[in-house]
Design a protein around this ligand. Structure first.
Ligand SMILES: Nc1ncnc2c1ncn2[C@@H]1O[C@H](COP(=O)(O)OP(=O)(O)O)[C@@H](O)[C@H]1O
Ligand SMILES: [Mg+2]
Length: 1137
């Protein structure tokens, strides 16, 4: 929140003189002193700022201060020049009102400093940017240049401006500076040639000599020593706190920034040097024949150097110092100059040279800083002009200066009153006439065109005949005698006749600020400001660009016989222009006061200040301001400031502010004459009323402060308590949470522990059970596997045995056959070889015999003989070949050599058959009786089964062994063997098929010559013994199985138990043997063998049908028998395919 402050806060004395109570000169001065002692150098009179020169730097111009005053209302903060600058700048920028800042005060009061402060403040708060900054910089840097050439040390001020300056700063619509125009007024040029005691010439002379480089000085033909120059006073050439050398560099730098070219700077310095040289030119009198004194230049060296510097012909200038040419209409009269006239001419030239140079500088700066665009600009004018001057000895300059101040006072009165009046009208307040002193009458005394003092002066200057300052005073005495503000000893006004404070050669003017006595001496000369034409022409002839420019009237082509305007006229004219200019702008006043004459800080010289207060018309100022109402304030800040004084308005007033103020004033019972309500402001007639309000406010604030303190303390304690309470709750909550959390974690971990134990226990139990179960399963499997293994091994053993047996039989057989065959072959080969040898020998012998015998007959029957011989040879070869290639002696050997000749075809076939029969016979002849019987059995088996039963082919290779059990040798069957009284033809283990379920029971099957026996395999106990004659027939299937049924004759002894259904691996052998033995036993050669897949078997009473079916192919175990029903046993035979 923005804190609303007021000028009235922490006020030392009163910040605004309008509030001074009582208002007397003493109280006024006392207030200034009081504030000055407290470093409050600024005090207001309404909107006018009084500035006391502190003569020391105060920390009140910092950038922070700039920010503090920026965009604040005028009365919001303690008085400051920044407040005025801000107000002016804002109303220029925001309300488009051109402003002027009028700074007045006596020399050394701080006007120039004030003007610089205003400019620097505006530069700081206005816009920024490259272009704007450049403009700002140029505007600011114009100051050092003008100060170097226009300022000098005086007894009052070490840096006193010796010219009036008005500067228009131009802004664009945004409030950014775009350029400026400087006007200068009345340079104190007399200072160039002569300075009062304790004072100096213009700074630039000293700066140049101290600061320029040796080289520059040499070029300018100057010496660093001040004492070498007549124009430079020596007694105060060095000023404390002024560094001329450094300032020279600053000036050169500033000139560069402002935009001076290097050659321009050089020209300027040459002119400055020329002025110094000029001062050194001295004259001596030279008597002439006609009795007149004539002047001559004493030492021409300086003249020469000066002429060289400015490019002037020495003789021309020399002549101009000796002669004066007066041109009148058609004549040209040349008169010689005496020494004093020559000095006068020299000094006139020096003054003119310097003042014209200064004017040129201002013009040149204006050229640089002028705004680029032609559009209308907002303007802020800053007027830094010499203040009212009252010296002991006052001359033409003081007269002019005071005239200027008189005019400024006038415009001040006019504008202030006008503003006051306008405000009253604006605010709808009844206008009360203000009594004040109007200085228009004094202005009139000076500037009146008919009988004003300036007009009189001009008139006197132009009048032909002898005119002196005294004739001018006489004229004044006659014309102005009646004027109430004009005083002179010799005026018609007899009251001054006895006034000894008024010398004869003086006149006195009663200015608004006090009476000033002017000595008329020099008025005429100064007003004329005469420069002999010869000199100006000599200057014009100079071969120097700048000089030529400065003396245009020296151009002979433009000879102007009219006198140039007088200084007084020129000044009046420019003051008039300035006043018109100022009148169009909104004025802002800064009244500078200097507190002492010693340029010392902290000293407040009462009389000096009193004097200034008087001639600045400050009391007048306050009175005018207070005439109607002393104090005014807008309703809003007023209500804001005093609302705590009334219950209705405190702390907030809801309605319009004006009503609030009305309620407030009514509540405070302020007398109604004491104030008036304007449209936007309240006007307070008497400062007393304001202080009454302030006093009440202060008291109230104390109470409020106590109240605020009380409430704040309460609030603070409460807040602290609440904070503690809250913290306690938070801490407790956190603690509880923590405790619960801990407890919970404990319970949770315990639970998990118990849970895990119980789960583990359960799991282990299950695991144990599962393991047990698994072991049981594994045991069963292992047992089964072992059992199967045993079975399989047994089977394997058996199969291996059988295979070994079979293999042994075939190997023995083959070996035997082989041996026989090889033996036979060897024999045959031997025989063949012998026969062949015999045959060959025979053939040879025969051939020899034949050839011997038949040689003589050969010719007669040679053909037949050869034929028969060849035939014989062929046959012989055939037979021998056949003998050699005879196939094996095995009856089953199928091979036979191929026939060599076709004609032997029949014989070859025949021979093969013979050979086969022969070898069969041979083979048979080798058989024993047993082997013969074996083969007979095989033959019989083939007769029975070949192509009838699928089992047959597999039995062909197997020899019929008969006693498979070796019953007589095996001790196990001893009993059984002994029971058999006959030779056992066949002993084997068969399966007896149980008719009830089709399963087989192992039985020993024995066959003897007359019986067949079935006995228990293990015990050897005979189960059945059937005589062979009781056997009726045998039934077998066509398939690859070992089942056979032994059917008994009906009515036989064995038939009571029924037929036998058996199965054996040696089915073919058993049946063949049964048939062979049975046939012999029964003596008939026929035992029926029925081969079919379905036959009936008699079991006791029932006939059961045995049916053979093809089952799925199966490895290992053979056919299986199953009882289907009472009448059917089904044998499933695995297919071989
Ligand atoms: N506000 C100020 N703060 C500090 N010193 C100041 C101030 N105003 C003026 N001075 C001092 O007073 C001297 C004279 O001031 P100046 O402005 O040149 O006077 P004027 O222009 O009125 O003749 C300055 O050189 C400076 O030393
Ligand atoms: Mg000044």
């Amino acid at each position: 929140m923005e804190v609303k402050t007021s000028l009235l806060d922490n006020m030392i004395g009163v910040g605004d003189m309008v509030l001074l109570e009582p208002l007397t000169e003493d109280s006024f001065i006392e207030n200034l002193r009081n504030r000055f002692d407290h470093n409050e150098i600024y005090t207001y009179i309404g909107s006018v700022v009084i500035s006391m020169n502190p003569y020391r730097s105060l920390p009140i111009y910092t950038p922070e201060k700039v920010e503090e005053y920026r965009n604040r209302n005028f009365y919001e903060l303690s008085p400051h020049i920044y407040a005025l600058a801000d107000e002016a700048y804002r109303s220029l920028r925001d309300q488009d009102k051109d402003q002027c800042i009028l700074i007045t005060g006596e020399s050394g009061a701080g006007k120039t400093e004030a003007s610089k402060l205003v400019m620097s403040y505006v530069a700081a708060v206005c816009g920024k940017g490259q272009e704007v900054n450049k403009v700002k910089e140029q505007l600011l840097q114009s100051n050092p240049v003008l100060e170097a050439f226009g300022n000098a040390k005086t007894v009052r001020n070490d840096n006193s401006s010796r010219f009036g300056k008005y500067m228009d700063i131009e802004f664009d619509f945004k409030g950014d500076p775009v350029g400026g125009v400087i006007s200068n007024y009345l340079l104190e040029k007399s200072r160039v040639v002569k300075q009062p005691r304790g004072e100096r010439n213009f700074h630039i002379f000293y700066q140049l000599l101290s600061g320029a480089s040796d080289d520059t000085l040499r070029k300018l033909k100057l010496d660093r020593d001040f004492s070498k120059y007549n124009y430079l006073s020596l007694d105060s050439a060095n000023v404390n706190g002024l560094d001329d050398a450094a300032n020279f560099r600053t000036v050169r730098n500033a000139m560069q920034i402002v935009g001076f070219m290097e050659d321009e700077v050089q020209s300027v310095l040459e002119l400055v040097a020329a002025v110094l040289k000029l001062g050194n030119i001295e004259f001596k009198p030279e008597s002439r024949s006609n009795g007149y004194d004539e002047s001559r230049v004493k030492d021409k060296n300086d003249l020469k150097e000066m002429c060289e510097l400015l490019g002037i012909e020495q003789s021309v200038l020399e002549r101009a110092f000796s002669y004066r040419t007066v041109e009148a209409k058609l004549e040209k009269v040349s008169t010689t100059l005496n020494v004093s006239q020559a000095y006068y001419a020299r000094d006139a030239l020096a003054k003119n040279l310097y003042s014209r140079l200064f004017s040129w500088l201002v013009t040149r700066i204006n050229e640089s800083i002028k705004a680029q665009s032609k559009s209308r600009h907002k303007v802020m004018g800053v007027l830094d002009i010499y203040g009212f001057e009252i010296f002991e000895d006052n001359s033409f300059e003081q007269f002019i200066i005071n005239y200027c101040n008189e005019k400024l006072q006038q415009i001040f009165i006019e504008l202030t009153l006008r503003e006051e009046q306008e405000e009253y009208i604006r605010e709808d307040i009844e206008w009360t006439n203000i009594e004040y002193f109007n200085n228009a009458v004094i202005c009139d005394l000076i500037e009146n065109n008919q009988n004003g003092i300036l007009a009189m002066l001009d008139e006197e200057c132009l009048r032909p005949g002898t005119v002196t300052d005294i004739t001018f005073l006489d004229k004044l005495n006659t014309v102005c005698a009646e004027h109430q503000h004009f005083e002179s000893r010799l005026s018609k006004n007899s009251k001054f006749l006895t006034d000894h404070s008024l010398p004869h050669s003086c006149f006195r003017i009663q200015h608004y600020a006090g009476k000033v006595l002017y000595r008329v001496e020099g008025f005429m000369d100064k007003n004329n400001d005469l420069l002999y034409r010869d000199l100006s022409q000599a200057m014009y002839k100079a071969n120097h660009k700048l000089i030529k420019q400065l003396f245009p009237e020296g151009n002979p082509a433009k000879v102007n016989l009219k006198r140039p305007p007088t200084a007084g006229f020129q000044f009046k004219h420019s003051v008039g222009t300035l006043m018109r200019n100022l009148q169009t702008k909104n004025p802002n006043y800064i009244r500078c006061v200097k507190p002492n004459d010693k340029k010392a800080p902290r000293i407040f010289t009462d009389s000096l200040v009193r004097h200034q207060v008087a001639y600045l018309g400050l009391m007048e100022n306050v009175r005018v301001r207070r005439a109607g109402y002393a104090y005014r304030q807008a309703y809003e800040p007023c209500l804001e400031r005093y609302k705590m004084l009334c219950k209705q308005t405190w702390p907030h007033w809801k309605g319009p502010t004006r009503e609030g103020v009305e309620v407030l004033m009514a509540d405070l019972q302020v007398s109604t004459e004491e104030f008036a309500y304007g449209n936007s402001k309240i006007f307070i007639r008497n400062p007393r009323t304001l202080f009454f309000l302030e006093e009440k406010r202060r008291g109230c604030l104390e109470n409020l402060a106590a109240l605020i303190q009380k409430i704040y303390r309460g609030w603070k304690c409460r807040t602290h308590f609440l904070l503690l309470k809250h913290s306690q709750v938070v801490v407790a909550a956190w603690y509880r949470r923590y405790a619960q959390q801990k407890k919970y974690t404990q319970i949770k971990s315990a639970t998990i522990m118990v849970q895990s134990y119980s789960r583990g226990w359960k799991a282990r139990k299950i695991l144990r059970e599962l393991k047990h179960q698994k072991r049981c399963e594994e045991a069963a499997t292992t047992i089964a596997a072992y059992w199967h293994g045993t079975q399989a091994r047994r089977e394997l053993r058996r199969l291996k045995e059988e295979a070994r047996n079979k293999h042994a039989v075939s190997v023995i057989w083959a070996g035997w056959q082989g041996t026989k065959a090889r033996r036979e072959l060897k024999r045959l080969k031997k025989e063949a070889r012998r026969r062949h040898a015999v045959a060959v020998i025979w053939a040879y012998w025969l051939g020899l015999k034949v050839r011997r015998e038949y040689r003589k007959f050969f010719r007669a029957n040679a053909g037949r003989k050869i034929y028969s011989f060849i035939m014989q040879r062929l046959m012989q070869k055939y037979f021998l070949g056949l003998k050699r290639d005879l196939p094996s002696m095995s009856p089953i050997g199928g091979s036979w050599p191929t026939r060599p000749y076709r004609f032997l075809d029949t014989a070859h076939t025949e021979l093969r058959s013979i050979f086969h029969h022969w070898r069969c016979k041979k083979y048979r002849s080798r058989f024993t009786d047993e082997r013969k019987a074996v083969f007979e059995e095989k033959l019989q088996a083939s007769e029975i089964f070949k192509d009838k039963k699928a089992l047959y082919p597999s039995s062909v290779g197997q020899p019929f062994r008969g006693d498979y059990l070796e019953i007589s040798k095996n001790p196990k069957y001893q009993k059984l063997s002994s029971a058999m009284d006959e030779k056992v033809l066949l002993a084997d283990v068969v399966n007896k098929i149980n008719r009830a379920n089709g399963k087989g029971t192992a039985r020993i099957f024995l066959l003897t010559k007359n019986n067949f026996v079935l006995a228990d395999q293990k015990t050897g106990q005979v189960k059945a013994s059937v005589p062979l004659p009781d056997l009726a027939s045998i039934s077998v299937s066509t398939q690859n199985d070992g089942f056979f049924a032994l059917k008994l004759k009906e009515g036989s002894a064995g038939a009571t138990k029924g037929d036998f259904l058996l199965s054996s691996e040696h089915l073919i052998e058993i049946i063949t043997k049964l048939r062979r033995t049975g046939a012999t036993a029964v003596n008939h050669d026929h035992l029926d063998i029925d081969i079919s897949d379905e036959f009936l078997v008699q079991f006791k009473q029932d006939k059961v049908c045995v049916k053979f079916v093809q089952g799925a192919p199966k490895n290992g175990t053979g056919a299986s028998c199953k009882r289907k029903n009472n009448r059917l046993l089904e044998v499933s035979v695995p297919s071989t395919a």
